[in-house]
Design a protein. Structure first.
Length: 276
């Protein structure tokens, strides 16, 4: 039985609708709740309110991080190909010199709702070695929230030399779903994996050359579209690739990553204190 049918213009204005009297569903375009103020329709996008002609009613709270995109724009002006369920964007972090080779990880969400995803040889390792590190091992995905994310980011600051890129046309929802699918298809970690995570799972076999933190992070960001064109398994090459792609307004280089991470740590800590 069909309870409601809607057709939309690209930014969410309804072209035509048919709604029987037995339903009163206000969650419409993109699953967002429709509000009416002074007879004008607004969608609740989580971070901000959005009009049905694709303009947010307030500025992006992170607009100072990327001047090339209008602070009032939705999906960088391309709602046909992209969605932004919460008005927020995933970020890819590149630690250029940690563990000699570097490390890449991803966050979604904002402030105390940040989710951190990191992948690597966190369990059993095997095969040939470079230096004292095995090239292969259990590919462990760790999901960190709250205190765990806070501690991880503190360690990132201690090690230094980190770059952050905001991927404007990527979707938090799609990235979260990608990692959720990885965990659901994987297997449980053993006691050899340090318990510093909210969730974790062995999702595949880690290979230093072809399947590592860099390739997994790129795959997550690109799950709904080829947002990152650089194809590499080496963190520093990804950094330079994204720097060259930075002329693209949809890849935003954060100018003050250390300040951003410190502020995020403080927000996670405040949220933790509020819950005690």
């Amino acid at each position: 039985m069909v309870l409601q049918r809607n057709r939309y213009y690209p930014y969410g204005e309804r072209m035509a609708s048919w709604t029987p009297s037995l339903t009163n569903n206000d969650y419409l375009y993109g699953g967002k709740e429709l509000h009416t103020l002074f007879s004008l329709p607004f969608y609740d996008s989580g971070a901000r309110y959005q009009t049905t002609d694709g303009i947010f009613t307030s500025m992006d709270p992170l607009c100072e991080k990327y001047y090339s995109v209008s602070p009032y724009a939705y999906c960088s002006g391309d709602p046909v190909n992209y969605v932004d369920p919460e008005g927020r964007k995933p970020r890819i972090y590149i630690q250029k010199h940690v563990n000699i080779y570097g490390h890449v990880f991803v966050t979604t969400g904002e402030n105390e709702n940040t989710i951190l995803y990191t992948y690597g040889r966190y369990g059993n390792t095997y095969g040939s070695t470079i230096g004292n590190q095995h090239l292969r091992g259990d590919g462990v995905l760790k999901v960190m929230k709250g205190k765990y994310a806070q501690d991880y980011l503190k360690d990132v600051l201690l090690k230094g030399d980190v770059a952050i890129f905001i991927i404007a046309k990527a979707s938090d929802q799609a990235v979260n779903q990608y990692y959720e699918d990885c965990l659901s298809k994987g297997r449980e970690v053993g006691p050899e994996v340090k318990k510093d995570y909210s969730r974790a799972g062995i999702i595949d076999t880690y290979d230093f050359l072809i399947n590592n933190c860099t390739t997994t992070s790129i795959e997550a960001i690109n799950v709904d579209h080829d947002n990152i064109q650089t194809a590499t398994s080496i963190p520093i090459l990804l950094f330079w690739g994204l720097m060259s792609e930075g002329i693209d307004p949809d890849i935003i280089i954060m100018q003050d990553p250390v300040d951003y991470i410190q502020e995020l740590i403080n927000q996670l800590k405040e949220s933790e204190n509020d819950q005690e």
